[in-house]
Design a protein around this ligand. Structure first.
Ligand code: NDP
Ligand code: 2IT
Length: 449
């Protein structure tokens, strides 16, 4: 288990003191600081001018009230957040999450991870994240629209294609981005396409953005397997979640010859030994917006639904957690290892707990951290911004080819950095250091701001 360097311990202590009670934010900062000991030993100048302390402190944090009226005419109050974490490399960039669990600590952890992820893409984007504790579950389409409009009524004054460019995350997909873009356009009287990404193709979206995170994750896993002379062909795979990232990870695994035998939602998981029927899954999640248990009713015998429990009990060679933070614990890791898991690739942000990551490293399981493996989504968002800036629209093939190339680049960058810092095969260290160095170079050049 990596330990924090004694020079960096005071930085962590200060983060813990200043951000009391924000457990997920503490977890994300600690993991990065544990990787940076080797960097400051080699390049002490990166610790000058409180550079690392500044990286841990958001440039700006916005919290606001979101009042809206539900279908029964009742006034509802939610809380909105946008944490503009770091703009050394470009405008703040990162998704918006609508989920009842959202609080400031969660948005800060996500914003902090986003800084390094976005740096790894090599694109000119800074790091940020936003969201609300609004629960979209069971809300009508009109309620979703009114909430998105109320949310944007405050948020719009903090955004702009050169300032801050949100996208989707949990609970925010194409529908919500459309309503937010419509409201931004109305409020500003500007058709500023580059202010949001994940837009529909009818109004400035990019082909392959919907698929990008899941596809990118599988490209990353393919690269890892290739270092051992292996491929996805014939592999047995388990994917948690059944949302945007999970669906397109399942799609790409199948294209590469693997079989995904299980996926989940927050109520339970399904097992289908024939391989998840993707058309059926998409119909249930994207069209009907129904619960995953519906799959078994529609598919009939052969598929099983298990209420509650852990999807990680299902034996597999490749595990792709694509639901949420800390969904894969040390206990789950022990089960996966016992069942012969070979590769774990994080599609979600920080889905594995620190003890799970230690177990994977200790047992020689190849492990891809989310900030590298799920970077294909935000990278394709940056390609959407490029298309918007040049008023162009690329083909699916061209966009996906760029995505594949970017994922290969991130993989090779992480692997080479891990080698350089005497930790071959440690993609966590590689990702944290490679991302950090890029941000640190820019921050040093920009002075104390
Ligand atoms: P979606 O809202 O499309 O899907 C989320 C899935 O995860 C659903 O199946 C949901 O189940 C499940 N889930 C959410 N919260 C919980 C929870 N607390 N416990 C158990 N299951 C849960 O979101 P995305 O697919 O977009 O996001 C999934 C993950 O990927 C998140 O960590 C996100 O930050 C990350 N990510 C997303 C990117 C993107 O481009 N969308 C890019 C990079 C990372 P249920 O329906 O029951 O809530
Ligand atoms: O976590 C993430 O990288 C995202 N939710 C996507 C962010 C983006 O701006 O596309």
């Amino acid at each position: 288990m990596s330990k924090i360097d004694e020079k960096l311990q005071p930085v962590l202590d200060e983060v813990l003191r200043r951000n009391a009670g924000e457990a997920e934010f503490h977890q994300a900062v600690k993991e990065v600081l544990e990787s940076l000991g080797r960097v400051v030993a080699k390049h002490p100048d990166y610790a000058d001018h409180a550079l690392i302390e500044r990286i841990c402190e958001p440039e700006r944090q916005i919290i606001f009230r979101v009042p809206w009226i539900d279908d029964d005419g009742q006034v509802q109050i939610n809380r909105g957040f946008r944490v503009q974490f770091n703009s050394a490399l470009g405008p703040y960039k990162g998704g918006i999450r609508f989920h009842p669990s959202v609080n400031l600590g969660i948005i800060k952890f996500l914003g902090f991870e986003q800084i390094f992820k976005n740096a790894l893409t090599g694109m000119p984007i800074g790091g940020g994240k936003g969201g609300s504790d609004f629960n979209p579950r069971g809300r009508s389409d009109r309620e979703i629209m009114r909430f998105c409009q109320a949310f944007m009524l405050e948020l719009h004054r903090h955004l702009g294609e050169y300032t801050d460019v949100p996208a989707g995350d949990i609970g925010v997909g194409g529908r919500e981005i459309g309503y937010m873009f419509g409201q931004y356009k109305r409020l500003t009287n500007r058709y500023e396409a580059g202010v949001l990404t994940g837009k529909g193709l009818a109004y400035g979206g990019s082909r392959a953005r919907t698929e990008a995170t899941g596809f990118g994750l599988v490209y990353f896993v393919q690269q890892m397997l290739a270092t051992k002379g292996q491929s996805l062909d014939g592999k047995r795979v388990v994917v948690s979640g059944s949302g945007n990232v999970a669906i397109y990870a399942i799609d790409k695994v199948r294209q590469f010859g693997g079989t995904v035998v299980a996926c989940s939602d927050s109520n339970g998981y399904i097992v289908d030994e024939e391989g998840i029927d993707l058309a059926l899954l998409r119909e249930i999640k994207e069209v009907r917006r129904a619960r995953l248990s519906t799959y078994v009713e529609l598919k009939g015998p052969g598929a099983r639904y298990i209420e509650g429990g852990s999807i990680w009990d299902v034996p597999c060679q490749i595990a792709l957690p694509c639901a949420t933070q800390n969904e894969l614990t040390g206990k789950d890791a022990t089960t996966l290892i016992k069942n012969g898991v070979e590769v774990v690739g994080e599609g979600a942000n920080m889905p594995s707990t620190p003890d799970a990551v230690d177990l994977f490293h200790g047992q020689g399981v190849m492990f891809a951290p989310g900030k590298a493996a799920n970077a294909g989504g935000v990278a394709t968002s940056a390609l959407e911004m490029q298309q918007n800036a040049s008023r162009d629209s690329w083909s699916f093939e061209q966009t996906e080819a760029r995505l594949a190339q970017i994922m290969r680049g991130i993989h090779d960058d992480c692997a080479a950095t891990a080698d350089e810092y005497s930790a071959p095969g440690n993609y966590v260290l590689g990702a944290n250091i490679a991302g950090f160095v890029r941000v640190a170079e820019a921050m040093s050049a920009l002075g104390v701001v």
